[in-house]
Ligand binder design. Structure first.
Ligand SMILES: NC(=O)c1ccc[n+]([C@@H]2O[C@H](COP(=O)([O-])OP(=O)(O)OC[C@H]3O[C@@H](n4cnc5c(N)ncnc54)[C@H](O)[C@@H]3O)[C@@H](O)[C@H]2O)c1
Length: 274
C-alpha cells in the first residue's frame, strides 16, 4: 500500500508545472532526457533550440513523441530570447515554473584552435552562446515577470570552471561566467519572486557538445576512474534536474551543484594509481 502511494507521488513530481527546455539536439543531448522526464513527471513543456537544430530534424521527433511545441530561438539574438519568453507565456496562458539552459558551443575548440592561439571574434561568440545567453534568458523572464513564485532555473556547467582541464579551452571561462550569473541573478530573482537559480556541474557525457573536446574518450575513462561512483550519465543528470525543478528543493539557490559521482572531491583514486 505504502509502496503504491510513493510510486504515484514519484510519478508526479512536476504535476501542474510548466517550463522551457533548451538544447535538445538529438537523443544523446542531456536536455533531451530532461524533456522526456519532465513530461513523465507530469509537466507541460516547450522545447527551444537554434533554428539550425530544427533543420537537423531530431528535435521534431522529440516534439512529436512528448507532444511539446518547439519555439526556435538563436540565443545570440536578444530579441529572439525576449520573443521566446513572450510566446511561451502566450502558449501557457500565463506564467511558467522552470527553465533549463542546456546550451554550449566553442568556436575555437570546434575549429581546432588551441587556448594559446585563440581567435577572439570566435571567443566572443563562444561566451555569447555558452554564458551570456544564460543572463539573457533569465533577464527576459525577470523583466516579463514570466516565472511563478518558487520557480526554478537551471544551467549546466563543468568543473573546468574551477580547475584546469587544458583541452576545455575557452569553455572554462564560459562556465565560470555561467556559474557567476547563477549566483548573481539568483540574488535578484530570489528577492523579487523567490525564483531560485542553480547550476549543475555534470560529469563528462557522450553528446555532440561533449565529444567536441580533444581526447574526449580517454578523458571519460580517466574521469570514471577518479569518481568513486563512476561518471554520471545524461539520464541521472536529468533525474537531478527534475529534483531541482520540483518543490522538494525549494530553498536551494545560487549554488553550483556537482553531479559527478564524487569526482570533484577525489584527490586520487586506487584505479588511477594502478
Ligand atoms: N557533454 C558533456 O560532457 C557536458 C559536461 C558538463 C556540462 N555540459 C553542458 O551541458 C549542456 C548541454 O550540452 P550537451 O552535452 O547535452 O550537448 P548538445 O550538443 O546535445 O547540446 C548543446 C546544445 O546547444 C545548442 N545551441 C548551440 N548554439 C545555440 C544557439 N546559438 N542558440 C540556441 N541553442 C544553441 C545546440 O543546438 C545543442 O542543442 C551544455 O551547456 C554543456 O556545456 C556537458
Amino acid at each position: 500500500m505504502h509502496g503504491k502511494i510513493n510510486k504515484t507521488m514519484a510519478n508526479n513530481l512536476l504535476k501542474g508545472k510548466k517550463g522551457i527546455i533548451s538544447g535538445a539536439l538529438d537523443s544523446n543531448s542531456i536536455a533531451w532526457k530532461v524533456a522526456e522526464k519532465c513530461v513523465e513527471q507530469g509537466a507541460e513543456i516547450i522545447l527551444t533550440n537554434a533554428p539550425i537544430a530544427m533543420r537537423m530534424g531530431a528535435i521534431n521527433e522529440l516534439s512529436e513523441k512528448i507532444n511539446a511545441p518547439i519555439i526556435p530561438c538563436d540565443v545570440t539574438d536578444n530579441d529572439q530570447v525576449i520573443e521566446l519568453v513572450e510566446k511561451s507565456k502566450a502558449h501557457f496562458g500565463g506564467k511558467f515554473d522552470f527553465l533549463l539552459h542546456s546550451i554550449g558551443m566553442s568556436l575555437n575548440v570546434r575549429k581546432g584552435r588551441d587556448y594559446t592561439n585563440l581567435k577572439y571574434d570566435w571567443t566572443h561568440k563562444t561566451y555569447d552562446i555558452s554564458a551570456l545567453s544564460f543572463h539573457k534568458m533569465i533577464q527576459a523572464c525577470y523583466q516579463a515577470d514570466a516565472i511563478n513564485d518558487w520557480g526554478s532555473i537551471l544551467g549546466l556547467t563543468y568543473i573546468a570552471a574551477q580547475r584546469v582541464f587544458p583541452d576545455y579551452s575557452e569553455m572554462a571561462e564560459s562556465k565560470a561566467i555561467l556559474e557567476s550569473i547563477a549566483r548573481n541573478f539568483g540574488y535578484h530573482y530570489g528577492k523579487k519572486s523567490k525564483v531560485r537559480i542553480n547550476t549543475i556541474s555534470q560529469s563528462p557525457t557522450v553528446t555532440t557538445a561533449g565529444s567536441g573536446v580533444k581526447g574526449f574518450d580517454d578523458f571519460m575513462s580517466f574521469a570514471s576512474k577518479m569518481s568513486p561512483l563512476g561518471n554520471a550519465d545524461a539520464d541521472t543528470c536529468a533525474d537531478y534536474c527534475i529534483s531541482l525543478f520540483s518543490d522538494l528543493t525549494k530553498m536551494v539557490t545560487m549554488q553550483n551543484l556537482f553531479h559527478d559521482g564524487g569526482f570533484s572531491f577525489t584527490g586520487v583514486s586506487s584505479d588511477v594509481l594502478r
